[in-house]
Write a protein that binds this ligand. Structure first.
Ligand code: FAD
Ligand code: DHB
Length: 387
C-alpha cells in the first residue's frame, strides 16, 4: 500500500489532519489500533477554544457543532463559600468558548469521510515507523504489512510508537500528586457556566455536555481505585466541595460513566525528525485544568496541514522546517497556563502552611483584579494566533 501522508492514530489530531489534507487534495491513510466504537465512545475533553470551533466550522464539519454546541461567555471560580465570575468575553474583546464533547468531534470527522475511499483503518496497530525511508509497519488481521508514504504524521497519543522514533528528544516532564475522577451523569447541569472550585477537600469542576447531561470532576489521589468511589460517595464529596454560603444546590442523578485520569505535564522536543512529524498528545500532555489538551492537538494539525499543503503545491520546505518551533511556542504557553491553573485550584497534599496562605491570596487576587482575570481569560479562550 502507498499514500502521500501516513497517519498513526484516529484521535482528534489524526482525524482532523486527514480531513484538512483531503480538502487540499492530499491523500492520507489513517491507521488506528482500536475499533470504531471504542474511539467514538472514549470520554475525554469537552471545552473548545474559539479558534478550534472556527476551524471545524470552516472545514465543513461544524454543522452539528453549531446546532448542539453550547457557547459560553464566562466561568466561575468558587472558593471560600462564594462564586466569582470571570467574564471571559468581556475581557477578551468578545471571544467565547464552546462546550462540545471530543466524542462528538471524533464522530463528525469519521462521518465526514467519503463513503468510498475514506481511508481510515480501525483495528490496525502501527508497530514501527521509519522516518528516513518514510514508511509505517502495521498489523491487521494478524498480518504484518508496510505502508509506503512521503510523510508520517505521528498522532498516536502519549503511549504511541511514533515519539520513540524521534532520536535525541529532550523530554520535559512533571507529575502531580493528584488525579481526576471524571463522571458523566444523567442529570441537568446545576449551572449554566463552568464552575472551577477550590476547597480544603480538594478541587472540583462542574462542566456539562448538554442541557440534560452533566460532566463533573473531582481531585483524587493518583493511587485511588475507582471501585472505592460508589455513586453516593461521589455526589456527597462533590456537594461538600461546591458548597456555598448562600445555599446553592447540586442536582444529582444516575452516573453513566466514571474513570480516573492521572495528571502530568510533558513536552518532547523537537516535534519532528526527518519525514516524521509528531502532533497532539504524542508530543505533549497538559494537566486538564486549563482545558488545553484537545485544543493543542487541533492547533498542531492546522499548522501541519498548511505546511504540507505548501510543500505539495510548490516544493517549499519553509513551513515544514518551522513546524516544530511554531507548535512549541503555543505548546509552552499552554503548558504554563495549565500548570498555573492546576496549582491555583488543587489542594497539594505536600503543601505547608505558608504555601497554603500564598494559594489563598492568589485566588483572591485573580477574583478581584481585572488584570489577573484578564490573563486567565486570554489564555482560557486561546492564545493569540501570533503566539
Ligand atoms: P488521542 O486522542 O490519544 O488519540 C491517539 C490515537 O492513537 C488513539 O485513538 C489511540 O488508540 C491511537 N493509537 C495509539 N497507539 C497506536 C498504535 N500503535 N497504532 C495505531 N493507533 C494507535 N483534555 C481536556 O482538555 N479536558 C479533559 O477533560 C481531558 N480528559 C482526558 C481524559 C483522558 C483519560 C485522557 C487520556 C485525555 C484527556 N484530555 C483532556 C486530553 C485530550 O483528550 C487529549 O489531549 C486529546 O485526546 C489529544 O488528541 P490526540 O489525537 O493527540 O490523541
Ligand atoms: C472539561 C474538561 C476540562 O478539563 C476543563 O478544564 C473544562 C471542561 C469538560 O470535559 O467539559
Amino acid at each position: 500500500m502507498r499514500t502521500q501522508v501516513a497517519i498513526a492514530g484516529a484521535g482528534p489530531a489524526g482525524l482532523l489532519l486527514s480531513h484538512l489534507l483531503r480538502l487540499r487534495g492530499i491523500d492520507s491513510v489513517v491507521l488506528e489500533s482500536r475499533d470504531r466504537a471504542y474511539v467514538e465512545r472514549r470520554q475525554r475533553a469537552g471545552m473548545l477554544e474559539q479558534g478550534t470551533v472556527d476551524v471545524l466550522r470552516g472545514s465543513g464539519v461544524g454543522e452539528r457543532l453549531d446546532r448542539e454546541g453550547l457557547t459560553h461567555h464566562g466561568l466561575e471560580l468558587r472558593f471560600g463559600g462564594a462564586g466569582h465570575r470571570i467574564p471571559l468575553s468581556e475581557l477578551t474583546g468578545g471571544r467565547t468558548v464552546t462546550i462540545y464533547a471530543q466524542t462528538e468531534i471524533v464522530k463528525d470527522l469519521i462521518a465526514a469521510r467519503p463513503a468510498a475511499g475514506g481511508e481510515i483503518h480501525f483495528e490496525t496497530e502501527v508497530l514501527s515507523v521509519d522516518p528516513s525511508a518514510p514508511s509505517v509497519t502495521y498489523r491487521r488481521d494478524g498480518r504484518v504489512e508496510t505502508l509506503e508514504c512521503d510523510v508520517i504524521a505521528g498522532c498516536d497519543g502519549f503511549h504511541g510508537v511514533c515519539r520513540p522514533a524521534v532520536p535525541d528528544t529532550r523530554l520535559h516532564e512533571r507529575e502531580f500528586p493528584f488525579a481526576w475522577l471524571g463522571i458523566l451523569a444523567d442529570v441537568p447541569p446545576s449551572t449554566d457556566e463552568l464552575i472551577y472550585a477550590y476547597s480544603e477537600r480538594g478541587f472540583a469542576l462542574h462542566s456539562l455536555r448538554s442541557p440534560k447531561i452533566s460532566r463533573l470532576y473531582l481531585q483524587v489521589d493518583p493511587a485511588e481505585d475507582v471501585a472505592a468511589w460508589p455513586d453516593e460517595r461521589i455526589w456527597s464529596e462533590l456537594r461538600a466541595r461546591f458548597a456555598t454560603d448562600d445555599g446553592w444546590e447540586l442536582r444529582d442523578g444516575p452516573i453513566l460513566e466514571k474513570s480516573i485520569t492521572p495528571m502530568r505535564s510533558f513536552v518532547a522536543e523537537p516535534m519532528r525528525h526527518d519525514r516524521l512529524f509528531l502532533a497532539g498528545d504524542a508530543a505533549h500532555i497538559v494537566p486538564p485544568t486549563g482545558a488545553k489538551g484537545l485544543n493543542l492537538a487541533i492547533s498542531d494539525v492546522i499548522v501541519l496541514a498548511e505546511a504540507l499543503g505548501a510543500w505539495y503545491d510548490s516544493g517549499t520546505t519553509e513551513l515544514l522546517d518551522a513546524y516544530s518551533d511554531t507548535c512549541l511556542r503555543r505548546v509552552w504557553r499552554a503548558e504554563h497556563f495549565s500548570y498555573w491553573m492546576t496549582t491555583l485550584l488543587h489542594k497539594d497534599p505536600r503543601q505547608d502552611a505558608f504555601g497554603h496562605r500564598l494559594q489563598l491570596s492568589h485566588l483572591e487576587y485573580v477574583a478581584a483584579s481585572k488584570a489577573a482575570a484578564t490573563t486567565l481569560a486570554e489564555n482560557y479562550v486561546g492564545a493569540a494566533p501570533t503566539l
